[in-house]
Write a protein that binds this ligand. Structure first.
Ligand SMILES: Cc1cc2nc3c(=O)[nH]c(=O)nc-3n(C[C@H](O)[C@H](O)[C@H](O)COP(=O)(O)OP(=O)(O)OC[C@H]3O[C@@H](n4cnc5c(N)ncnc54)[C@H](O)[C@@H]3O)c2cc1C
Length: 403
């Protein structure tokens, strides 16, 4: 494959067109409608969605060709997520295909590759990410969940928190401490990367309700959970290396750009369609100024994001690019969502969840009003998960400003 920037740009452009055609002609209308109204998607919806992407050859297209992928460049990966989000498609669930899959094919044993990769590709197994713990989020290396070797098994005890969709997960990839003494010396050492079967005795999943009132995240308690040694990825004590490799994939998210675009487009539509006090909202100077500012900030974000992805491909990046996109993208998205809620007027005050489920009563205002509020509430967390904004600013200060 031609790996030049010019060829990658052409392929990314072609991909955008293919995704648009897929959305217009192949995407099941019920799924697209639900997603565009920001309704609640079930596990079955997500699995159906991931399988549709797999049928198109897209869900693992960033994997190497010999494993069924298409060797996508970072530009194609970014464009893929950006374009899907612009079109209001569901979230591409990353835990299997984007996070643990690449860790397994890069560092895992042959047996792990054979066993897990085909099931990840087909979304036969649903995965969760067991990194964060109470007291170990930004400072992840402070994690305390322990795995003690006992013959051919590890016995795991501890607690994970904020584990997205653990209630649906068949498997959880987990960072655990295999060397108890390392926490006081060099906390990054003595961490291992384990694949844990969620049906193992000793695991309990407790829901945490988020501000939107729904169940996205959980506490996961592990009490004397026995994990076969064969589920250790790579070498014992080297988990930090694999964790960092995975976090690099977590940070390259084109969806942030696409979500901001989609939200801005919806705000513009709402402002054009809504009449309040005898005039259309778009004619009100304050809102017009707000939208104008968002448009400019979006253009700057889009340009910076695509330049950053290309810099990653040519090796000319500073190391702060992903942090910059994360901060600018999530903050812009949150401000657009806030303006959209304001523009909804009364429908933006009542959190009307009536239409968030299939067959529910129509909400006050437009049919996506409840969904706009739901997303607005949930995405307050976007400046926390995947590395909080303060942490991203610290990274920029260090790698770009040398502070
Ligand atoms: C909706 C949601 C879904 C999530 N899903 C998952 C998941 O699936 N799997 C998983 O493992 N984790 C998940 N997380 C956890 C997420 O990664 C952590 O919340 C995040 O890393 C922040 O850690 P924390 O919550 O412990 O906050 P803390 O690290 O305690 O931070 C609290 C505040 O202090 C600030 N702060 C901390 N350290 C510094 C510093 N050095 N300098 C300046 N400011 C600092 C932070 O920016 C933040 O504002 C999820 C979180 C949320 C909210």
């Amino acid at each position: 494959m031609d790996h030049s920037i010019t060829a990658a740009r052409q392929r990314a452009q072609q991909l955008k067109v293919e995704i648009l055609q897929f959305c217009e002609h192949e995407m099941p209308a019920d799924l697209l409608g639900k997603s565009r109204r920001h309704q609640v998607l079930s596990k079955d919806d997500y699995v159906r969605w991931m399988r549709l992407l797999h049928e198109k050859g897209w869900s693992i297209a960033h994997w190497p060709g010999e494993l069924g992928g298409r060797d996508w460049s970072p530009l194609e990966r970014f464009t893929f997520e950006d374009q899907l989000a612009r079109l209001g498609c569901p979230w591409v669930i990353p835990f299997g295909v984007k996070y643990v899959g690449p860790v397994i094919y890069t560092y895992g044993s042959e047996a792990q590759k054979q066993r897990f990769l085909p099931r990840i590709a087909n979304s036969e197994d649903f995965w969760a990410q067991g990194y964060s713990e109470p007291g170990a989020g930004s400072d992840l290396a402070g994690l305390r969940t322990q795995a003690v070797r006992d013959g051919n098994e590890y016995v795991v005890n501890g607690q994970k928190v904020w584990t997205t969709y653990a209630q649906w997960a068949d498997w959880m990839f987990c960072l655990v401490r295999t060397d108890r003494t390392s926490l006081d010396k060099r906390p990054q050492s003595g961490i291992s990367f384990l694949l844990v079967d969620m049906r193992s005795p000793g695991i309990s999943v407790k829901p945490i309700a988020t501000m939107d009132g729904y169940h996205h995240v959980n506490e996961v308690w592990l009490e004397d959970v026995r994990v076969p040694v064969g589920n250790l990825v790579g070498e014992e004590g080297q988990g930090w290396t694999y964790a960092k490799f995975l976090l690099k994939n977590e940070r390259t998210a084109g969806a942030i750009v696409g979500m901001a675009w989609h939200a801005l487009h919806r705000l513009e539509q709402l402002a054009a369609d809504t009449v309040a006090g005898g005039s259309r909202l778009v004619e009100q100077p304050l809102l017009r100024n707000r939208i104008g500012e968002f448009e400019l900030r979006f253009l700057a974000l889009e340009e910076a994001a695509y330049q950053a992805v290309e810099a990653m491909m040519t090796g000319s990046e500073t190391g702060g690019e992903a942090s910059l996109i994360k901060i600018r993208g999530t903050e812009l998205y949150q401000e657009i969502a806030e303006a959209t809620v304001d523009a909804l007027g009364l429908a933006g005050i009542a959190y009307d969840t009536g239409a968030l489920h299939e067959g529910g009563l129509p909400p006050l205002g437009p049919d996506d009003a409840g969904g706009i509020l739901k997303d607005h509430f949930y995405n307050r967390a976007a400046t926390i998960f995947g590395g909080a904004s303060e942490i991203q600013r610290n990274i920029i200060a260090k790698v770009v400003l040398g502070l």
